[in-house]
Write a protein that binds this ligand. Sequence first.
Ligand code: HEM
Length: 215
Amino acid sequence: MDSGLAPRGAPRNDEPLEPRPVPRFHTAMFRTFRGGQTGGWRVTSLSPVTGESLPFVPALSVTDSEAVSLPLVPSRNAWRLVGVASSLRYTERAEKQQLVAVQAGLGRLEATSAALIPIRKSQAWWELTQEERRKIFEDKSHHIASSLRFLPAIARQLYHCRDLGGPFDFLTWFEFAPANASLFEELVAMLRRTEEWTYVEREVDVRVVKEVLSA
Ligand code: HEM
């Protein structure tokens, strides 16, 4: 006999049957850096540090999206690099606490200078185990310990892209006030001298300034 009551746990007829949002995929998870003719950042320099450069472009746009079309088709006067802000691989609890205590977020009004540094590491790096990589990254190169003093002046975000099939493994992004430009030079010079960097086989350094819209 139909009691008119839905079984326990079953959806009631008057509830909309909306699919539950799938964690992560309903958010804009892909960050796209597009070098081209237009964008919110004006390119002031684009230099190869190691390996092949990228074509020079006058502007950089930075956008977030839920999906991207792959593969990324190369062009002669524009490029598109896509990455995902992922979980931490090497950072230990105490380091994370130190970072969180001092780091600044992206988008500060005064941080009108920025750098996009796409990096690819060698096959030799990827053949190491996670533990071996951590040893080189932190125990020998002190990537975190030596960089902490640059916070909060330099705001940073790492995007992973190795598994997306693009030409780089990481897209690193930094924002700072123009007054901290030489501090940023000191930071990159320091990291480029580390053992970790001997595994970098392609690195391009793109410097940009925020485009100010005139009224
Ligand atoms: C502002 C100071 C910086 C701090 C505090 C910092 C901190 C970190 C931390 C905590 C990680 C590890 C994330 C994880 O656990 O997976 C990391 C990874 C990384 N950082 Fe930095 N970093 C800084 C500057 C830089 C600069 C200037 C560059 C590039 C020139 C850079 C390139 C990278 C790369 C490529 C990785 C990924 C390494 C890998 O997974 O093999 N970092 N950084």
